[in-house]
Design a protein around this ligand. Structure first.
Ligand SMILES: [Zn+2]
Length: 221
């Protein structure tokens, strides 16, 4: 979205909240993007009085200069999903509940970065027939079963390369491989080492079929 359009929409809040849905700026007429409100809706809504203390307080927030400047950063689409994935990788290498010395923390963070960089941007996994793969998950926030995309298996070539260079197969090396092998292809470890325990589902109802969830997902888009 263009910055000017975004700013105009943001500032249009000051008109809408006072019950003014069409206004003029520098000879140009603008209006809210919602549909026409019924007379009943206009009467029942408790609009703010222009010039009231509440209006003035909200106006100072909406017109805050640093906030308006931040809008410039929002004109490009940004998704926080990949950042969350990266944080999860860091937690895998450096769990919060454990204390590490500075050197250890540095090394673990570097490993997390290597792991993340090797696996970032994986494509969605497909079935043998070429159809995209999904998994069923229970969403706590939406309180319903949803489908999540499944991605290609992770790899850990960087870990193998590190081991090759250091020529060590000691406890730390095994630990490194264990952490990077979870959900990875390439190295087989005994199941008691590489498998994590799945928690009991918190869903109050059993999951519907994937087909049912997929048709629901398509109907929303
Ligand atoms: Zn409006």
């Amino acid at each position: 979205m263009q910055l000017q359009v975004l700013k105009r929409r943001w500032l249009s809040l000051l008109h809408h909240i006072t019950g003014e849905h069409e206004w003029t700026v520098d000879g140009e007429t603008y209006s809210c993007s919602h549909g026409t409100l019924t007379g009943d809706q206009c009467l029942r809504t408790r609009w703010l009085q222009c010039g009231s203390p509440s209006f003035k307080a909200l106006k100072s927030l909406i017109e805050n200069k640093s906030l308006i400047r931040d809008l410039e950063q929002m004109t490009l689409f940004k998704h926080t999903g990949s950042l969350e994935v990266y944080h999860n990788v860091i937690l895998k290498f450096a769990p919060k509940r454990l204390h590490f010395t500075y050197d250890t923390m540095l090394a673990r963070t570097k490993l997390a970065v290597l792991d993340h960089n090797e696996n970032v941007g994986r494509f969605q996994a497909v079935t043998r027939a070429g159809a995209p793969r999904y998994k069923k998950c229970y969403s706590r926030s939406a309180k319903e079963w949803i489908l999540k995309n499944m991605y290609e298996k992770k790899t850990n070539h960087y870990a193998r390369e590190l081991l090759r260079r250091t020529k060590k197969t000691n406890h730390y090396a095994r630990e490194l491989l264990r952490r990077t092998t979870e959900n990875c292809t390439g190295i087989n470890f005994p199941s008691n080492i590489s498998r994590s325990v799945h928690p009991v589902s918190i869903a109050p109802e059993p999951a519907p079929s994937k087909e049912e969830l997929l048709s629901k997902r398509r109907s929303r888009t």
